[in-house]
Ligand binder design. Structure first.
Ligand SMILES: Nc1ncnc2c1ncn2[C@@H]1O[C@H](COP(=O)(O)OP(=O)(O)O)[C@@H](O)[C@H]1O
Ligand SMILES: [Mg+2]
Length: 256
């Protein structure tokens, strides 16, 4: 479904991805774990094609998205849903209009058809009674549900979720995780979730990958991943202050 091959990404003189490779199979829920600042959001933006790597290639199905022209890329991108970290809803538009946005921008469906799809997706995330509310009237968990509904309106084959439980209390975070699992099973979509939150990661993932210093240093099914002998993974999972992470990484500590 997705493959990144030897991807390098650098911002000014800061190397973020350094020969990064990863394969994602259809219908799996891959979780990318890593410290804040390690490059998780960057990976999602590269897959979505809103960012181009310095080198390497990225495939979505049969398309090499790193080579597509803008118009073609936009068409391919319609098959990929994105849920941004802070939900990214437009504050001046109500729930209905926020969810309808991709349909209005990218399709020529009639208002009636769009309303039908919007209602169906709001129903899927348990929010069909809030179509007239404004984002400011919603809690964090409700915003996340709306963002999820919006990511589904074009019936994507792949959804990318950036820190889906960030900023939510633990109970609401679990509810959102369950919803993500339910949606991915019902709609048979493949998903890639970036997170640094362990509980959420292990609830959602059918496969786990650990990003560290620009590369995947470990990837395995959840149970096997937990037993990893890699000292970085072990330290990350235990949240211990002792281990390679504090010594090696300049960024992670100072930035939340
Ligand atoms: N557009 C950008 N310009 C400059 N630096 C960036 C940009 N996007 C990300 N970075 C830097 O790249 C690194 C990785 O960022 P990011 O992918 O957001 O990490 P994560 O999502 O794992 O917290 C950080 O040091 C960040 O400051
Ligand atoms: Mg991020």
């Amino acid at each position: 479904m997705v493959e990144l091959r030897d991807v390098r990404m650098q911002f000014q003189d800061k190397k973020v991805l350094d020969g990064f490779s990863l394969k994602v199979e259809p219908q799996e829920r891959l979780v990318i774990m890593g410290q804040s600042g390690s490059g998780k959001s960057t990976i999602l933006r590269l897959i979505l094609g809103t960012l181009r790597p310095n080198s390497g290639s990225i495939f979505f199905k049969q398309f090499e998205i790193t080579r597509l022209q803008r118009r073609k890329l936009q068409r391919v991108r319609q098959h990929v849903g994105m849920v941004y970290q802070y939900s990214a809803l437009l504050s001046s538009r109500n729930v209905r209009d926020n969810v309808a946005l991709p349909l209005e921008e990218l399709t020529d469906k009639s208002r009636g058809e769009i309303d039908k799809i919007v209602d169906e997706k709001l129903d899927l995330v348990g929010m069909k009674d809030s179509r007239d509310l404004l984002p400011e009237e919603l809690s964090g968990g409700m915003k996340k549900r709306i963002a999820l509904a919006r990511s589904l309106v074009l019936e994507p084959e792949l959804i990318l979720l950036d820190e889906p439980s960030a900023g939510l209390d633990p109970v609401i975070a679990s509810v959102i995780d369950e919803l993500i699992i339910g949606l991915s099973e019902k709609a048979k979509v493949t998903s890639i979730t970036a997170t640094h939150e362990m509980d959420s990661a292990f609830r959602i993932g059918t496969r786990m990958a650990m990003l560290y210093q620009g590369k995947i240093i470990e990837e395995a099914e959840p149970e096997k991943f937990k037993q990893s002998k890699n000292p970085v993974v072990a330290q990350f999972l235990s949240g211990s202050t002792k281990g390679p992470i504090l010594e090696d990484s300049q960024d992670a500590i100072t930035k939340k």
